[in-house]
Write a protein that binds this ligand. Structure first.
Ligand code: CS2
Ligand code: MG
Length: 402
């Protein structure tokens, strides 16, 4: 079998997606997600100009060699654009292999290790009653794990809190919006949120919270300690993770489990975090971390140190990535939990898929390969529109992590 063509499908059904389609001389094609929220065309250009010409004529079954060729052979390596491009090729080749061998990808990763993949959903509220109501609604839908984000009194708009009744979609069309942030008000407020949540929803549901990189290590340590009575499943991205050593300090002060890594694009971003057990869950994703091939290596390394996976699964990761993550999560032993922000119905129409939700768990389905397709004619009706993630400034105007 040979790769004979590859193309990009850039579309925007409610939000931007970049999809790579690799075609073979036997009529089998594979899909890869190349979406990098707010930087979509950078990845599209990297693939179009620098990667696709090197793929034509290659054996699509030689997944490891193609990965090494695109990573090691590129000389300039790592970074979100490069690794998202490599991820897209890698996942498309796994899709082709599954289709050619008439088996779902999870079977190529060791087969089922569990019946379903535990997922968590997003509860959002502009205030504590709203956050509690949103959490209860998701529990009624069958979710066993809920991430809760809430507006902070005195902070006009912040990460994770939707404006109006529309589902939360962080990237906004047009230029970056500016959020205002107050660490002090946030630190004083979040323990009250989870104290009220535990009182209202009980002790059994898994509660998660995303700090979203916004605290210093000692502030994160303070928050982790304050949240211990409410036994969160995890406190996510407590501090910017460029400084892996910062997590040592947090770990010295609190037993609240920690998850980080959705912005990672290489195993090396997490190397010290894992081998020192400074984190409990690795959030690095298949679409931004180098694909199934790279994440299998990272997950296996993490397993040695009892670190589990907790992959990112926001709506800016397409259904192609959701499917790949579910195959991956069904098969590997040290799976922890999978984020599940359902896409809009229009997105699901553009990307018909076999995966489904059932009573707190998801399964990828048993179709050969990924079990996802793309309706190219429908996709064309929704052309790309530049969009940006917001930026944040402190009350005094200092730019800070959003
Ligand atoms: C968040 C994301 O889902 C999460 O954990 O961190 O919503 C993140 O802000 C977006 O994916 C960024 O594109
Ligand atoms: Mg996050």
């Amino acid at each position: 079998m040979k790769i004979v063509a590859a193309k990009l499908i850039v579309c925007s059904p409610d939000r931007n997606f970049v999809t790579l389609k690799i075609e073979t001389d036997e009529g089998i094609y594979g899909l890869g997600d190349a979406t990098l929220n707010g930087r979509e065309l950078a990845v599209a250009s990297y693939l179009e100009e620098h990667v696709i010409p090197c793929l034509i004529g290659r054996d699509p079954f030689a997944i490891e060699d193609v990965w090494q060729y695109l990573y090691r052979g590129a000389y300039w390596r790592r970074g979100p654009v490069t690794m998202t491009a490599i991820s897209a090729v890698d996942v498309a080749l796994w899709d082709i292999k599954g289709k050619a061998l008439h088996t779902p990808i999870y079977n190529l990763l060791g087969g089922k290790s569990r019946q379903g993949v535990l997922v968590y959903a997003h509860a959002n509220g502009s205030d504590i009653p709203g956050a509690i109501e949103s959490t209860k609604k998701l529990m009624a839908e069958g979710y066993l794990a809920v991430r809760v984000q809430c507006g902070v009194p005195g902070v006009a708009s912040s990460y994770g809190v939707p404006k109006g009744s529309k589902p939360y979609e962080p990237a906004e069309r047009g230029l970056p919006s500016e959020n205002v942030w107050s660490t002090e008000r946030y630190l004083n407020f979040v323990p009250q949120l989870f104290e009220a949540l535990r009182r209202e929803v009980g002790e059994d549901v898994h509660l998660l919270h995303d700090v979203h990189h916004r605290l210093t290590p000692i502030e994160a340590a303070r928050l982790g300690k304050a949240l211990e009575p409410y036994h969160l499943y995890w406190m996510e991205d407590p501090t910017p993770a460029e400084d892996q050593d910062a997590f040592r300090l947090i770990r010295q002060h609190t037993v609240t489990p920690i998850a980080t890594g959705e912005v990672f694009n290489s195993f090396w971003d997490a190397h010290d975090l894992i081998r020192n057990q400074w984190v409990d869950y690795l959030r690095m994703t298949i679409v931004h971390g180098g694909g199934i091939t790279a994440l299998k290596k990272a997950a296996d390394f993490a397993a040695v140190y009892q670190v589990k996976t907790g992959f990112h699964g926001a709506t800016d990761l397409s259904p192609v990535t959701m499917a790949a993550a579910l195959h991956f999560g069904l098969a590997i032993h040290n799976f922890g939990i999978q984020e599940h922000m359902p896409h809009t119905s229009l997105t699901d129409q553009v990307f018909p898929h076999a995966y489904r939700f059932d009573a707190g768990y998801m399964v990828p389905g048993d179709e050969p390969g990924l079990g996802v397709d793309i309706d190219e004619r429908l996709a064309q009706k929704y052309p790309y529109q530049r969009a940006y993630l917001p930026i944040a400034r402190k009350l005094d105007g200092t730019l800070t992590d959003w």
